[in-house]
Write a protein that binds this ligand. Structure first.
Ligand code: ATP
Ligand code: MG
Length: 159
């Protein structure tokens, strides 16, 4: 179904905001920008919650998390970026696997099971999109996913 990406992001931020504030972490989202994507609202909410929970969990206090998106011709690419501990290059291909955890001590302390990203990948794949991550240890991570857009660019619409 058609889902307003911005509305779902706002719901996710409302829900997880208190967890971020507790650690002085700021979540920055784009100015209101309605974009219709092909998804299920609850699934998309889960994707945002899992990515934001990780960004919060693997970032130092007082840091900033940014959600942005690029509107492409028929897709949208959403980024959730943090300035956290990052992920070593050799683990990057594995973080979306079930039960795979890079930072085991931290994850154990908080009862992490290593399923959050596997769920993200499963949901996005089922919606026909792709997921990925770029990261640098000690600098931060950029988790992204794509979804199909249902509205068309202004230039295409006016033709
Ligand atoms: P949970 O099932 O509670 O989500 P988890 O957070 O450990 O547990 P995933 O969300 O699947 O599991 O993430 C897998 C691993 O990838 C994490 O254990 C962590 O090592 C690494 N990771 C995920 N997101 C980030 C991030 N934003 N920054 C650094 N490392 C991350
Ligand atoms: Mg997680």
């Amino acid at each position: 179904v058609a889902v307003d990406l911005y509305e779902v992001l706002e719901r996710a931020v409302d829900r997880i905001g208190p967890t971020a504030s507790e650690r002085g972490i700021r979540i920055v989202i784009p100015p209101r920008d309605p974009v219709q994507v092909w998804a299920e609202p609850d699934m998309l909410l889960q994707v945002f919650l899992n990515l934001l929970a990780n960004a919060i969990h693997y970032s130092p206090p007082q840091s900033t998390i940014r959600v942005t998106w690029d509107v492409l011709v028929d897709r949208i690419k959403v980024h959730v970026q943090d300035n956290g501990i990052g992920i070593p290059q050799e683990s990057l291909d594995r973080v979306f696997e079930r039960f795979y955890r890079v930072h085991k001590d931290r994850s154990r302390a908080s009862g992490g099971t290593g399923l959050g990203l596997a769920i993200v990948k499963h949901i996005i794949s089922s919606l026909g999109g792709e997921v990925g991550v770029e990261s640098e240890e000690g600098k931060g991570s950029d988790f992204w996913f794509t979804l199909s857009r249902l509205d068309r660019p202004v230039s295409a619409r006016s033709r």
